[in-house]
Design a protein around this ligand. Structure first.
Ligand code: KIV
Length: 282
């Protein structure tokens, strides 16, 4: 069995210009599938709130939700690195709050790292968590936990000021000890500059081809999410249509008696059956 992907493996991949692969998962079978398919990193994203729990955004997701799903994903991955999203308001209040919640998340789930959204404003939290020995993945650009402040799910860093801030934030996160950064929904040219300006891997989502790796939401890739699909998503399979076909066929066969057939049934001893049948009142 090969060893788990480590933060050193990821840095080596960046140096060797070998692309890093990452997908989200929220349960055991998906985690097992991604692990077996050779995905480097599995993200237990708080996108959980939208694609699995049916919320409109990620803000309602709790630490308990993340721990519940994180445990299942951690059990399914033997070689992929598992990263767990710290949900909204579990790390913003203080360095101590961030350390205590990140510690709980790792201890209770068995995941390998945590992910936090934001730049300069969370640097102290990143320092505290990495200082305690927990690997941290940063997240810049479109940060869904601040969607209200950003005025919606929009491309970030298009003007000089916000682009400069993002470059500065990337450097701050690197200095604070983050082992990598997710860069979401930013122009490809800015993503290229950021990727080249720091020594830690940059994993893009809607950030173009120059990043050190790519991440997507599993439900988008598989065609399982019925909500709005961002332009940067590529759907690789029509899974939902296939699943619906299966469910419709099952309903039809139960109704028309086609299921269960003989091979799905158990038999019983004739003699015992006769005794039951002959019992008064049967
Ligand atoms: O929650 C999530 O799935 C994420 C990805 C979109 C990077 O943060």
């Amino acid at each position: 069995m090969s060893a788990k992907t480590s933060i050193i493996d990821l840095k080596n991949k960046k140096q060797a210009a070998e692309k890093i692969t990452m997908l989200t998962a929220y349960d055991y079978p998906t985690s097992e599938l991604l692990d077996e398919a050779g995905v480097d990193m599995i993200l237990v994203g708080d996108s959980l709130g939208m694609v699995v729990l049916g919320y409109e955004d990620t803000l309602s997701v709790t630490l308990e939700d993340m721990i519940h799903h994180g445990k299942a994903v951690a059990r399914g991955a033997s070689t992929s690195m598992v990263v767990l999203d710290m949900p909204f308001m579990t790390y913003q209040i203080s360095r101590e709050q961030a350390m205590s919640n990140a510690g709980r998340a790792v201890q209770e789930t068995g995941v390998d790292a945590v992910k936090l959204e934001g730049g300069k404003e969370i640097a102290k939290a990143v320092e505290g968590i990495t200082g305690a020995g927990i690997p941290v993945l940063g997240h810049l650009g479109l940060t869904p936990q601040s969607v209200g402040q950003m005025g919606g799910f929009k491309v970030q860093g298009k003007d000089l000021q916000t682009a400069q801030k993002m470059m500065e934030d990337a450097r701050i996160l690197e200095q604070a000890g983050a082992f990598g950064i997710v860069l979401e929904c930013v122009p490809r040219q800015l993503a290229r500059l950021i990727t080249r300006s720091i020594s830690i891997p940059v994993i893009g989502i809607g950030a173009g081809e120059h990043c050190d790796g790519q991440v997507l939401v599993y439900h988008d890739v598989m065609g399982l999410y019925t909500g709005k699909r961002p332009r940067f998503v590529k759907q690789y399979v029509e899974t939902r249509k296939e699943m619906e076909k299966g469910v419709r066929a099952y309903v039809e066969e139960v109704k028309n008696g086609g299921f269960p057939a003989g091979e799905h049934c158990f038999e019983m001893d004739e003699e015992i059956l006769n005794q039951l049948d002959n019992k008064p009142g049967s």
